[in-house]
Design a protein around this ligand. Sequence first.
Ligand code: THU
Length: 165
Amino acid sequence: MKTFNITTLVKEVQPDELDSADRELIEAAKQATARSYAPYSKFHVGAAIRMADGRIVTGSNQENAAYPSGTCAERTAAYWAASQYPDMAMKKIAVAAWTRQGHDDSTPDADCFQAMPISPCGACRQALLEYETLHGPIEVLLYGADKTYVLPSIKSLLPFSFTEF
Ligand code: THU
């Protein structure tokens, strides 16, 4: 028998360790949370994608009374980006989220961001991996108020993935 490890390199950073373009991308993800439609979970997620030409495309989670019909911020952003710019690589994605749960009424929404980074669900990883396979690595910035995680690719979030048949 043989065993092997699959490792993921995660950098833990503070905003001042990021360059201004990455800070801008995180800020866009944070601002996108304001356009989230999350009356059911009350968990507001924003995603911002840096496209190869430098533009930023954003998305937010969009929930539905028929719960499974809702979709995550990451897929909203990725599908919007891919449908507008089918031949353009997505270079980087930033994700941020907040909820009022656990905060008192006097706390402004802007101070309710998750302390720890949130990480895309399995379905979003699979969806993003498709575009990464087409156009090359998509770097990942997972924002948390206490720390931000930086990962080199979607693949690093989804090892042993299903990419072709
Ligand atoms: N959600 C996202 O938008 N992105 C994630 O990475 C995790 C979860 C959304 C889905 C749902 O609207 C709410 O957050 C609670 O799960």
